[in-house]
Ligand binder design. Structure first.
Ligand code: CA2
Length: 149
């Protein structure tokens, strides 16, 4: 049976492709999901792809991932820089955690330089646009292969 990876997207990422294309690109989240899904299938991974504008819904999703998923890939949007509660939830997840950002948060405003999610992440990817989600899936696949070798 294919291992499951949760891909969680935080506030405002439902607006992708509609505004600020110079920062976040022109691709809608649905297209990113479709690309991630077909890439995951090629590596025999199943994905559960979600977006929520609500901190509690994202925390519930991380709780749901416990015992269901081998990895959580998370672009927490603005909650990255504010949410101790999401950090606590991710710390309670035993699998792989990959933090993804479309933009390079370290080249942007000072307040985006700190990430609470990073403190719970196996690794972080930022600045490669939507390809970051593919890179994150590759990283999960690589870690799983290494663990089963
Ligand atoms: O670069 C990323 O992926 C971010 O997680 C995106 C967040 C931002 O707060 C983080 O600092 C970095 C913002 C997502 C909002 O996305 C929008 C997309 C289109 C129009 C407006 C917002």
């Amino acid at each position: 049976m294919a291992a499951t990876v949760f891909i969680l997207n935080g506030p405002n990422l439902n607006l992708l492709g509609e505004r600020e294309p110079e920062i976040y690109g022109r691709e809608p989240l649905a297209d990113i999901e479709a690309r991630a899904r077909s890439h995951a299938v090629s590596m025999d991974l199943e994905i559960d792809f979600r977006q929520s504008n609500h901190e509690g819904a994202l925390i519930d999703a991380v709780h749901e991932a416990r015992g269901k998923a081998v990895a959580v890939i998370v672009n927490a949007g603005g909650l990255t820089h504010t949410s101790v509660a999401l950090l606590d939830a991710l710390n309670a997840f035993d699998g792989i955690v990959v933090e993804v950002h479309l933009s390079n948060i370290h080249r942007r405003e000072e307040f985006r330089h700190h990430s609470y999610v990073a403190a719970a992440a196996t690794g972080s990817i930022c600045g490669f646009g939507s390809h970051g989600y593919i890179m994150a899936l590759d990283a999960v696949h690589n870690l799983l292969e290494r663990a089963s070798a």
